[in-house]
Ligand binder design. Sequence first.
Ligand code: ADP
Ligand code: MG
Length: 519
Amino acid sequence: MTKENTDSEPDSAADADDSTAARDRSATSTNLDFDTMFDENEESQGLFDDLLASEPIFENKEVLRPSYTPHELPHRNDQINRMATILVSALRGDTPSNILIYGKTGTGKTASAKFVSQELESTSQKYDVPCEVEYINCEVTDTQYRVLAQLANKFIDKNEARIESKIENLEAVRDRLQSADTPSDLANDSDDTDEEVRSLAAEYDDVAAVDAAIDDLEADLAELDPVPMTGWPTDRVYSTFFEAVDYHERVVVIMLDEIDKLVEKSGDDTLYNLSRMNSELTNSRISIMGISNDLKFTDFLDPRVKSSLGEEEIVFPPYDATQLRDILQHRADVAFKSEALTSDVIPLCAAFAAQEHGDARRALDLLRTAGELAERSQADLIEETHVRQAQDKIELDRVVEVVRTLPTQSKIVLFSIILLEKNGVHNINTGEVFNIYKRLCEEIDADVLTQRRVTDLISELDMLGIVNAVVVSKGRYGRTKEMNLSVPIDETEAVLLSDSRLGDIDNVQPFVQARFDND
Ligand code: ADP
Ligand code: MG
């Protein structure tokens, strides 16, 4: 990319610095009794004194958050250059090859793709070539209908804005035509007329022609019909999208991030349809950039889709510990006050994340969390212990998130296991869980599943790493599962009780008694 472009980058890290730390600290407002606070003795410390006295650790915490798109991506030059080399055709008005990007999570795929798309769009504006990039995250937008509807609506919005501004310009031309003596006066009009209006004025020499053009545009405007989020037949969504893209000449790059999620959930129809559009479009051209976390995802694709989508393939390999150190160091320089870290912090974060398949997201989370823990404990420095605590905290957060999003039935099963453990039962068997499960279901009016289904739910909890279950043989009594909880009990219970349905159960002792009923 050319050097001048870097000037147009939005919100540089320096601009974003608005001393978040200071704001955080003043955010809480309490009813302090200032009289007593100051009267009792002069040395008495107020709520904020200690906090204010300690040196803040963060200079700019934002740059460590996942939402931040870095402008510099160390160790991704090759991949970024390859993307740019392929996409530059769009700036020449040609259709770029489709690209498929692979790599495990946290290898910088999304960050690199967004960086390249910002550069592409800003260069296209600079040279005034019609090139647009649309980004869709298929983890969120995960059906053909939704992908096409979202794309259609984005292009409809853009077309609408374009038509409206054109109408405005034409109206300006008409006003001028009506007041000017000769049309050429207008075309040569001076400074206060905008360039668009002037070039339009050259095309029209009488009011009637301008009126006709405005009428045409207004008719187009009236036809723009946004796609509702559900309800239309797919054909209609597709043709609406098709017409919206083809409304005027342009090259469109469609980035489908987490494309493997889309294919897993709804098959490859969307990709098939998108990849065949160019043969029918007359004004515009489409190029697809698919990004996948799953290296084997093309195995599930129709061979035609596979060959069309994978015209170019770019692999994002995992980072090793040394590369992760560089990435962290770049961010740390902006994120922290100087000398806020001991020298072993970054290497340790990098080493932990390298074990986690070289995941830069994990590395950054660790560094940010370590910083927050240090800040909270009013330490002057982030040290190795903070990183270790951060590692534990992140692991716990993962568990909490998994438990929080379990279906209600699984929550009831898990709650039964917790109640048993809390009452000192070890090596809990399926029958014991089922007895308590049944009572809990009756208490909160939930459907009672069969013992078989409950056994399946236990297996799922096992796979999620929440319980550890083993099958044991009971001789002639057959086989049963014995299980223990493999996550911290109090935190897990708290998450379950925060579910309003489970939270309604107030006295659990009677349920635990139930386990003896059928023994
Ligand atoms: P992916 O899409 O491959 O899962 P992301 O692009 O979302 O990974 O990257 C995860 C996090 O790591 C993001 O916060 C991103 O900014 C950061 N990151 C990844 N690679 C780099 C890099 N080379 N330099 C700086 N930050 C990076
Ligand atoms: Mg990503």
